[in-house]
Design a protein around this ligand. Structure first.
Ligand code: K2U
Ligand code: ZN
Length: 172
Protein backbone atom coordinates (compact mmCIF):
# COMPACT_ATOMS: atom_id res chain seq x y z
CA UNK A 1 0.00 0.00 0.00
CA UNK A 2 1.21 3.53 -0.59
CA UNK A 3 0.13 7.02 0.35
CA UNK A 4 -0.83 9.20 -2.63
CA UNK A 5 -0.68 13.01 -2.84
CA UNK A 6 -4.10 14.68 -2.54
CA UNK A 7 -4.52 17.51 -5.08
CA UNK A 8 -5.57 20.93 -3.75
CA UNK A 9 -7.68 23.43 -5.73
CA UNK A 10 -7.13 25.15 -8.05
CA UNK A 11 -5.95 22.16 -10.09
CA UNK A 12 -7.34 21.37 -13.58
CA UNK A 13 -7.28 17.64 -12.79
CA UNK A 14 -9.96 18.23 -10.12
CA UNK A 15 -12.23 19.62 -12.85
CA UNK A 16 -11.92 16.65 -15.22
CA UNK A 17 -14.54 13.90 -15.63
CA UNK A 18 -13.34 10.43 -14.64
CA UNK A 19 -13.73 7.46 -17.01
CA UNK A 20 -15.62 4.21 -16.29
CA UNK A 21 -13.55 1.17 -15.24
CA UNK A 22 -13.98 -1.64 -17.84
CA UNK A 23 -13.19 -4.49 -15.41
CA UNK A 24 -11.83 -5.19 -11.93
CA UNK A 25 -8.07 -5.88 -12.22
CA UNK A 26 -5.24 -6.16 -9.70
CA UNK A 27 -4.31 -2.57 -10.47
CA UNK A 28 -7.85 -1.41 -9.57
CA UNK A 29 -7.61 -3.40 -6.35
CA UNK A 30 -4.23 -1.73 -5.60
CA UNK A 31 -5.74 1.69 -6.39
CA UNK A 32 -8.55 1.03 -3.88
CA UNK A 33 -6.02 -0.03 -1.23
CA UNK A 34 -3.88 3.08 -1.80
CA UNK A 35 -6.98 5.34 -1.72
CA UNK A 36 -8.18 3.85 1.59
CA UNK A 37 -4.71 4.26 3.12
CA UNK A 38 -4.55 7.86 1.88
CA UNK A 39 -8.09 8.59 3.14
CA UNK A 40 -7.45 7.23 6.65
CA UNK A 41 -4.12 9.12 6.82
CA UNK A 42 -5.72 12.46 5.80
CA UNK A 43 -7.94 11.76 7.85
CA UNK A 44 -11.17 11.63 5.95
CA UNK A 45 -14.32 9.59 5.50
CA UNK A 46 -14.27 9.63 1.69
CA UNK A 47 -11.84 10.09 -1.21
CA UNK A 48 -12.37 10.11 -4.99
CA UNK A 49 -9.73 8.91 -7.50
CA UNK A 50 -9.71 12.32 -9.21
CA UNK A 51 -8.40 13.82 -5.94
CA UNK A 52 -5.18 11.84 -6.42
CA UNK A 53 -5.06 12.63 -10.13
CA UNK A 54 -6.44 9.29 -11.34
CA UNK A 55 -9.27 9.76 -13.85
CA UNK A 56 -11.11 6.52 -13.07
CA UNK A 57 -14.66 6.30 -11.68
CA UNK A 58 -13.58 4.95 -8.30
CA UNK A 59 -14.10 6.32 -4.80
CA UNK A 60 -13.59 4.96 -1.30
CA UNK A 61 -15.47 5.75 1.90
CA UNK A 62 -15.75 4.72 5.52
CA UNK A 63 -18.50 6.66 7.28
CA UNK A 64 -18.62 4.40 10.35
CA UNK A 65 -19.03 6.58 13.47
CA UNK A 66 -16.00 7.11 15.72
CA UNK A 67 -15.42 4.19 18.04
CA UNK A 68 -17.33 1.72 15.83
CA UNK A 69 -15.78 -0.98 13.64
CA UNK A 70 -14.33 0.58 10.44
CA UNK A 71 -16.50 -0.09 7.37
CA UNK A 72 -14.24 0.56 4.37
CA UNK A 73 -15.90 0.47 0.93
CA UNK A 74 -14.30 0.60 -2.54
CA UNK A 75 -16.91 1.84 -5.03
CA UNK A 76 -16.35 1.36 -8.79
CA UNK A 77 -18.54 2.87 -11.55
CA UNK A 78 -21.12 4.29 -9.10
CA UNK A 79 -24.60 5.26 -10.39
CA UNK A 80 -27.44 6.86 -8.43
CA UNK A 81 -30.62 4.91 -9.23
CA UNK A 82 -32.87 6.99 -6.91
CA UNK A 83 -32.62 10.12 -4.76
CA UNK A 84 -35.19 11.24 -2.16
CA UNK A 85 -37.29 14.38 -2.64
CA UNK A 86 -36.54 15.26 0.97
CA UNK A 87 -33.30 17.23 1.32
CA UNK A 88 -30.86 17.71 4.19
CA UNK A 89 -28.49 20.62 4.78
CA UNK A 90 -25.16 19.70 6.37
CA UNK A 91 -21.68 21.15 6.78
CA UNK A 92 -19.22 19.73 4.27
CA UNK A 93 -15.45 19.80 4.03
CA UNK A 94 -13.15 18.51 1.29
CA UNK A 95 -9.65 17.08 1.43
CA UNK A 96 -8.88 19.07 -1.74
CA UNK A 97 -10.08 22.31 -0.12
CA UNK A 98 -8.49 22.14 3.35
CA UNK A 99 -9.84 24.05 6.35
CA UNK A 100 -12.99 25.20 4.51
CA UNK A 101 -16.39 24.11 5.83
CA UNK A 102 -19.68 25.30 4.31
CA UNK A 103 -23.30 24.16 4.38
CA UNK A 104 -24.61 22.25 1.35
CA UNK A 105 -28.16 21.00 0.74
CA UNK A 106 -28.53 17.58 -0.89
CA UNK A 107 -31.15 14.79 -1.18
CA UNK A 108 -31.37 13.11 2.26
CA UNK A 109 -31.34 9.47 0.96
CA UNK A 110 -29.94 7.87 -2.20
CA UNK A 111 -29.88 4.43 -3.84
CA UNK A 112 -26.54 3.63 -5.42
CA UNK A 113 -25.56 0.82 -7.84
CA UNK A 114 -21.87 0.03 -8.19
CA UNK A 115 -19.33 -2.61 -9.20
CA UNK A 116 -17.57 -4.15 -6.18
CA UNK A 117 -13.99 -5.44 -6.07
CA UNK A 118 -15.66 -8.90 -6.05
CA UNK A 119 -16.71 -8.20 -9.65
CA UNK A 120 -20.39 -8.25 -8.59
CA UNK A 121 -22.94 -5.47 -9.11
CA UNK A 122 -24.29 -4.13 -5.81
CA UNK A 123 -27.24 -1.82 -5.09
CA UNK A 124 -28.10 -0.31 -1.69
CA UNK A 125 -29.97 2.61 -0.13
CA UNK A 126 -28.02 5.05 2.04
CA UNK A 127 -28.94 7.88 4.42
CA UNK A 128 -27.22 10.20 6.90
CA UNK A 129 -23.48 10.78 6.41
CA UNK A 130 -23.18 7.93 3.91
CA UNK A 131 -25.65 9.67 1.54
CA UNK A 132 -23.79 13.00 1.84
CA UNK A 133 -20.41 11.35 1.29
CA UNK A 134 -21.61 9.36 -1.74
CA UNK A 135 -23.01 12.50 -3.44
CA UNK A 136 -19.86 14.48 -2.55
CA UNK A 137 -17.58 11.78 -4.04
CA UNK A 138 -19.72 11.26 -7.13
CA UNK A 139 -19.52 15.01 -7.77
CA UNK A 140 -15.71 14.68 -7.66
CA UNK A 141 -15.88 12.01 -10.40
CA UNK A 142 -17.72 14.56 -12.57
CA UNK A 143 -15.24 17.36 -11.82
CA UNK A 144 -17.71 19.09 -9.46
CA UNK A 145 -16.70 20.46 -6.03
CA UNK A 146 -18.89 21.32 -3.03
CA UNK A 147 -17.92 25.00 -3.40
CA UNK A 148 -19.83 24.97 -6.70
CA UNK A 149 -23.02 25.01 -4.61
CA UNK A 150 -21.95 28.31 -2.98
CA UNK A 151 -22.33 31.82 -4.42
CA UNK A 152 -19.66 33.10 -6.87
CA UNK A 153 -18.19 35.63 -4.41
CA UNK A 154 -17.62 33.00 -1.67
CA UNK A 155 -16.30 30.51 -4.27
CA UNK A 156 -13.77 33.07 -5.59
CA UNK A 157 -12.69 33.94 -2.03
CA UNK A 158 -12.11 30.27 -1.16
CA UNK A 159 -10.18 29.65 -4.39
CA UNK A 160 -7.84 32.60 -3.73
CA UNK A 161 -7.35 31.37 -0.13
CA UNK A 162 -6.32 27.96 -1.53
CA UNK A 163 -3.88 29.61 -3.99
CA UNK A 164 -2.15 31.29 -1.02
CA UNK A 165 -2.12 28.02 0.96
CA UNK A 166 -0.54 26.14 -1.97
CA UNK A 167 2.11 28.86 -2.33
CA UNK A 168 2.97 28.62 1.41
CA UNK A 169 3.10 24.80 1.26
CA UNK A 170 5.42 24.91 -1.80
CA UNK A 171 7.86 27.13 0.17
CA UNK A 172 8.54 24.53 2.88
O1 K2U B 1 -13.98 13.88 -0.81
C1 K2U B 1 -13.39 14.39 0.14
O2 K2U B 1 -12.77 15.47 0.05
C2 K2U B 1 -13.51 13.76 1.51
C3 K2U B 1 -14.67 14.43 2.20
C4 K2U B 1 -15.83 13.51 2.19
C5 K2U B 1 -17.02 14.15 2.82
C6 K2U B 1 -17.35 15.49 2.61
C7 K2U B 1 -18.48 16.03 3.22
C8 K2U B 1 -19.27 15.23 4.02
C9 K2U B 1 -18.93 13.91 4.21
C10 K2U B 1 -17.82 13.38 3.60
C11 K2U B 1 -14.27 14.94 3.58
O3 K2U B 1 -13.30 15.94 3.50
S1 K2U B 1 -13.64 13.78 4.62
C12 K2U B 1 -13.33 14.87 5.99
C13 K2U B 1 -14.46 14.75 6.92
C14 K2U B 1 -14.20 14.04 8.06
C15 K2U B 1 -15.24 13.82 8.94
C16 K2U B 1 -16.52 14.32 8.68
C17 K2U B 1 -16.78 15.03 7.53
C18 K2U B 1 -15.72 15.27 6.63
ZN1 ZN C 1 -14.01 16.45 -1.53
Amino acid sequence: MSLREILIIPDPLLRRTAQPVPEITDSIRKLGEDMLETMYDAPGIGLAATQIGVMKRVFVMDCAPEGEEPAPMVIVNPELTWVSEETETSEEGCLSIPEVYEEVTRPERVRMRWLGLDGETHEQEFGARWAVCIQHEMDHLDGKLFIDYLGPVKRRMITSKMKKLKKERSRV
